[in-house]
Design a protein around this ligand. Sequence first.
Ligand code: ADP
Ligand code: MG
Length: 224
Amino acid sequence: LREQLQNADKLNAVSQLAASVAHEIRNPMTTIRGFLQILKEEENLSEKQETFISISLEEIDRTQNIIGDFLSLARPNNNDCAMIHLTKTIEEVKNFMQAYAAICNVHIFTEIEKELFIKGNINECKQLFINLIKNGIEAMPTGGTIEIYSYKTDHNVIIEINDNGVGLSPHQLKKLGQPYYSTKTKGTGLGLMICFDIIKRMNGEYQISSEENIGTSFKMHFPL
Ligand code: ADP
Ligand code: MG
């Protein structure tokens, strides 16, 4: 139990720290990437120069992925708690993710009950949905559909995010949320850790069910 407690503290410290670092390094990184891109288009580069530039670009992309997973946690006022309008928030996140989904041939379908509210920090809540939708999209390399449902029961608001992607083996399922656990070449293994942390701070709970080559379902419960 003590170890669990210590781990929880560590995770919190990790995300707080990473959040502020992420915020500070985002802009300079964009500048560096821009200049590298220009350099790459120079004529008469040696093979060595070309390789080095390509590797640098890839590494920058990897870093930006890490930052992306922390994106809105890095925004100011991240302790503000309020009532979050789910219909509005989920539609906003859907629009935000639409471009990425389209590139990956993924359709995002939503069915959200009207006038559903949960309590939490709006930026963190968006981050939660972004990370889960992103994972869903990335689990469907040849395209597919992400279905998002939200409705209320007697005491809870339920949010489901389902994909029909590659799914997870029971062994992988156990590893979910461990920092740096990733099966992707450019993965960070931080996205889900952040999600679980956010859900906990919103007093929510979650269940994950998954079947290999069938898909994955994330079900979250938040107090009404
Ligand atoms: P990352 O996406 O950077 O790999 P995450 O913490 O977001 O890190 O996810 C960790 C791992 O969990 C992923 O690499 C993937 O193996 C698995 N995973 C997460 N979501 C899904 C999903 N919807 N379908 C299949 N596998 C998933
Ligand atoms: Mg992810």
